[in-house]
Design a protein around this ligand. Sequence first.
Ligand code: BTN
Length: 237
Amino acid sequence: MKKIHLSEVDSTNSYLKQNYKTLTNYTFVSTDKQTAGRGRNNRTWKSEDSKNLLFSLLILDKELIKEYKKISIISAYTIIEVLKEYNINDLSIKWPNDIYYKDDKLCGILLEAVTTNDIECLIIGVGLNVNQELFDGDYIHKPISLKNILDKEISINNLKDKIYQKFISNLNNLLKGYDYYQEIINYDYLKNKEVYAVVNDIKKKVIVKGINKDFSLMIIDEEKEIKIDSGEISFHV
Ligand code: BTN
């Protein structure tokens, strides 16, 4: 495992995608500035230079790669565990992997895989809003930062070290069979909410029952329970 810091890069996820063959498991790459930061669903990820924590973590371990369905939610939970040390409450996980403070988005996670015949590697990309105060432009989900919440600057380096350590220990526990499900269900933002879900291109109002044991999401549509896997649905609360 290795920690790399780049002052500027197109995207930390793209960097690991291009370089994973020469890197080791748990390589961590962070940056002050992304020129082509990427979000989920082909959106761009905007971040003021040097104000936020932007990093990606490389997973090459084959046993861990098998747990890919659990990894994005466990990543969100891992960050919440660290943020609780800063006395921030009202944090939750908006399935599949955003972190919310009350009703605003504090952190986004982009989990990507490089696939040939098998999955070669997983890349966990995290954008956590830390010291940025103003978010101009159009956002589907209103952003918020730790500075907005705590009204003080936070050391990005300290936060980065704590998050890195916690990731390693939680992923190692996942390898040993501990999947944090009992903890995670306490942070289920969408549970019991009525949301608009786009299912097969049709937008409809459904009720969310909650996160399932296999980390899929159960929704109730016309009194029928439907299990949704990551990527099949988009929500607008
Ligand atoms: C989302 O759409 O909510 C996911 C955003 C993920 C952004 C992070 S920033 C570091 C890493 N590199 C990227 O290009 N994206 C992820």
